[in-house]
Design a protein around this ligand. Structure first.
Ligand code: NOJ
Length: 502
């Protein structure tokens, strides 16, 4: 069987606003990504996923799309996008773009028309509202001047589409074609378990089975992805789709990943697992037993960076664990999604001043939740402030970078064999070398308490989540370790790749 490119791909998420600014306005852009393609190639990833760059009032960092077929001037032009796709392909990188089908921006012409009373059926307008809450806080309904309410599962500036209206289906198929015709290799589907809402919009809690949500995961959504899959399959070159699906169970997740639906779905159970061998093993076993094409992800632009999540009172633990988790993740069968900056070991920036914050979560929670800006701070490319090479000249970036970013910059880490950047690069290179020889399956080996050992053909991966050093499993050579081995033992919070020849 020919293995599709996405099955084992390492995909690098680019949060465009925060990756690299070529225009010099303090905000990342598509030309900035283009300039850094050699870096991505050097790092060794297979594909990039670009977060939304479409025209948008930026009420939710671009996840509020006003025009699905354009590029916001903040991020460049359609010509910049075309140059980026061409450049990425020249560097051997695939390009995945974000598609946001659950809601538009309130500035979208359809919603503006709806406010004037035209085509309201493209959105969800009602005379009364139910008890649904917005994911960002507060009620999910906002009243319009003429008295009706509209539904928004996120910010009020993000009205939900009515997927029971066939016009919405036609429109999105056309949007997908627009980007497929421009050479994109795939789509990341935002809020993929949203789109449909239960008929009659019953209150949350009115259902006889409490586990059945009237808000998420309605069965009709699968027909949408069947249509989209037919479209993707009609294009040459293995175009794919990966869903942002938040579910409670791997069985539910697997409903989206089917030969006639999505190719992949993010495996958030992996990201949510605590630092525990039992928890890791359970997620791995459940995923491999249930989901035909596995994916793994530790961080993204919506969650606290994993270095910080893994931090304990013992300084240094977060980074050690983050490096170990990466090695384990890259040894698992399936595809891995990295988030920009994790290769530098960036922590969450927790002390951003309130006046700098932009995430609607901060504002809709009445400033009680910090929101997601702390994982979106612009990337430090060089040692020197004011922007650490993020913007040209003396421009300040849209979110302030802490002084600690100098030491974590690409410039500082490149060429330093002990750095996290060089560690990522080595891990990705070894993974590439091993790709041909390792099977998609995984076998567990006996392991001491606190540790996990598994093997895939010639590769054995060992991770030590416990408090004491452990003996390594049998091997012929050490390929790579996330930290120094001590007298041949694997220390706590470390992982290693071993080769065995028999
Ligand atoms: C998920 C995106 O990743 C997040 O950033 C966004 O706020 C919501 N969907 C709403 O579009």
């Amino acid at each position: 069987m020919d293995i599709p490119w996405w099955r084992d791909a390492v995909v690098y998420e680019i949060y465009v606003r925060s990756f690299a600014d070529a225009s010099g306005d303090g905000v990342g852009d598509l030309a900035g990504v283009w300039e850094r393609l050699p870096y991505l190639r050097w790092l060794g990833v297979d594909a990039i996923w670009l977060t939304p760059f479409y025209p948008s009032p930026m009420a939710d960092g671009g996840y509020d799309v006003a025009d699905y077929r354009g590029v916001d001037p903040l991020f460049g032009t359609l010509a910049d996008f075309e140059a980026l796709v061409a450049g990425a392909h020249e560097h051997g990188l695939k390009v995945i773009v974000d598609i946001v089908p659950n809601h538009s921006s309130a500035a979208h012409p359809w919603f503006q028309a709806a406010l004037r009373g035209e085509g309201r059926d493209r959105y969800i307008f009602r005379d009364t509202f139910n008890n649904w809450q917005s994911t960002f806080g507060g009620p999910a309904w906002t009243q319009t001047p003429d008295g009706q309410y509209y539904l928004h599962l996120f910010a009020p500036d993000q009205p939900d589409f009515n997927w029971r209206n066939p016009e919405v289906h036609r429109e999105f198929l056309d949007i997908l074609r627009f980007w497929l015709d421009r050479g994109v290799d795939g789509f990341r589907i935002d809020v993929a378990m949203g789109l449909y809402k239960a008929e009659g919009l019953p209150n949350v809690g009115d259902q006889s089975f409490m586990s059945v949500s009237p808000v998420w995961g309605q069965p009709e959504v699968h027909d949408v992805y069947r249509d989209w899959r037919r479209l993707l399959d009609a294009y040459p070159g293995e175009r794919m789709a990966v869903g942002e699906v938040w579910t409670d169970s791997p069985e539910d997740l697997a409903r989206y990943v089917r030969p006639d639906e999505l190719h992949q779905s993010f495996n958030f159970a992996w990201l949510e697992a605590p630092w525990s061998p039992t928890a890791f093993r359970e997620v791995i076993d459940d995923t491999l037993a249930t989901v035909p094409f596995a994916t793994w992800v530790l961080s993204n632009h919506d969650v606290v960076r994993h270095r910080t999540r893994y931090e304990t009172a013992d300084p240094g633990t977060g980074l050690a664990r983050a490096r170990a988790a990466l090695l384990m993740m890259l040894a698992l069968p399936g595809s891995a999604y990295l988030y920009q900056g994790e290769e530098l070991g960036l922590p969450e920036v927790t002390d951003l001043p309130a006046e700098a914050r932009q995430d609607p979560v901060f504002f809709q929670s009445q400033r009680t939740l910090p929101g997601r800006d702390g994982c979106r701070v612009p990337i430090p490319w060089t040692v020197d402030p004011p922007s650490h090479g993020f913007s040209p000249g003396g421009v300040e970036p849209w979110l302030p970078q802490p002084a600690t970013f100098a030491e974590l910059s690409v410039e500082k880490q490149e060429g330093d064999t002990d750095s996290t950047l060089e560690f990522y690069r080595q891990a990705l290179a070894r993974r590439r070398d091993l790709a041909e020889s390792i099977p998609y399956t995984l076998e567990w080996l006996d392991s001491p308490e606190g540790a996990l050992f598994f093997t895939r053909g010639p590769l054995t991966c060992a991770i030590n989540c416990g408090p004491r050093p452990v003996e390594l499993p049998a091997h012929d050579a050490v390929l790579l370790s996330s930290g120094p081995l001590k007298r041949g033992l694997l220390p706590p919070d470390a992982a290693v790749w071993l080769r065995h020849d028999s």
